[in-house]
Design a binder for this molecule. Structure first.
Ligand code: PBG
Length: 326
């Protein structure tokens, strides 16, 4: 009699389960975000993101040492400037916070892979990712500013620029600017598939980039209800010369990650955003979930969905657990 399949044969022991496990978490594919702020002697915990800090450059040095010891050498930088203005000048200032942070990292830890978020929302008085005028975000005018940001980051030594404004044509515009200025080897990691998400809430505390006057980013970030639109973004960013495509957020968008993975030859990067971190931390602090297991499950599910790399605030904790030091 053989009327049914015995799937449990392959679940019968730890060793058997290990043998047939299809996905693993590769810590070499984790990217850790850092928030750097102007000033000195600042290490300020972000209230809605326990365990994460805004750090001035002196503290950044200590953090780098720790990350280096952990072997976690892929980072993405977000800057918080001293002053904001209409066009976000501090984002492309030669001595802006990201530019100085990058130089410091490259001076002391040259083997770190430094990705810079190429946007202006932390730097503009409007808190928007583009130039804001009379209630509108101007697309083509914003591209010129983003080019300046990308160029100044490349000049400071970043390894990858990651434009995140969701302005149309930002990849093509930045690619052209980089190529014309001797940075043809600097890759672009495009936040091409970025949804207008409430999961970004805690980040806006962390990076002080909330759009002003209760504004939203709905006119440039994508509607969470849409799937085909993500494929259109993938197509145009690919044609424009992106080297990586980011899907953001991650956990509520695993179907989108898989859609892209099935249709793209580019590496797909999942950005597990602030709200995804805060929800897990809050539940863990209340003793409602098993933190390590939940984080491991989320990371593995994101890889299983098709992510080639993950930007995650959990990277440090996860690596520490793996090494038995937390
Ligand atoms: C905007 C930007 C956002 C995040 C990083 N850069 C989204 C937003 O504020 O609209 C969110 C990241 C996170 O939530 O972890 N350029």
């Amino acid at each position: 009699m053989n009327q049914f399949k015995r799937h449990r044969r392959l679940r019968s022991s730890k060793e058997m389960r290990e043998l047939v496990q299809e996905t693993t978490i590769d810590i070499n594919k984790l990217i850790y975000p850092l928030f750097v702020i102007e000033g000195e002697n600042i290490k300020k915990e972000i209230p809605s993101m326990p365990g994460l800090y805004q750090m001035s450059l002196d503290y950044l040095e200590l953090e780098l040492k720790e990350l280096d010891d952990l072997g976690l050498r892929k980072i993405i930088l977000f800057g918080i400037p001293k002053v904001k203005d209409e066009v976000g000048s501090e984002a492309f200032h030669k001595e802006g916070i990201i530019q100085r942070a990058t130089q410091l990292i490259k001076r002391n830890y040259s083997d770190f892979l430094v990705i810079a978020d190429t946007c202006i929302c932390q730097y503009t008085t409007s808190g928007h990712c583009g130039i804001y005028k009379d209630g509108k975000i101007l697309n083509d005018e914003s591209l010129k500013i983003h080019n300046l940001v990308a160029l100044s980051q490349a000049a400071a030594g970043v390894d990858i620029v990651a434009p995140s404004s969701m302005m149309d044509g930002f990849v093509s515009s930045i690619r052209t600017a980089l190529d014309h200025n001797g940075f043809e080897n600097t890759p672009i990691m495009s936040y091409g598939v970025k949804y207008s998400s409430a999961f970004y809430g805690p980040f806006r505390d962390a990076a002080e980039n909330a759009p002003s006057n209760g504004g939203t980013r709905d006119s440039y970030q994508m509607n969470p209800a849409n799937r085909l639109e993500a494929l259109r973004e993938l197509k145009s960013d690919t044609e424009e010369g992106a080297d990586f495509i980011i899907v953001k957020p991650a956990l509520a968008y695993l179907d989108i990650i898989r859609d892209l993975k099935n249709r793209s030859y580019l590496p797909i990067v999942a950005y597990q955003v602030s709200g995804e971190y805060s929800m897990v931390k809050a539940a863990a602090m209340n003793g409602w979930i098993e933190e390590k297991k939940v984080i491991e499950e989320i990371l593995i599910s994101t890889f299983r969905a098709g992510a080639d790399a993950i930007i995650t605030y959990f990277a440090k904790d996860y690596v520490k657990w793996q090494k038995g030091i937390l």
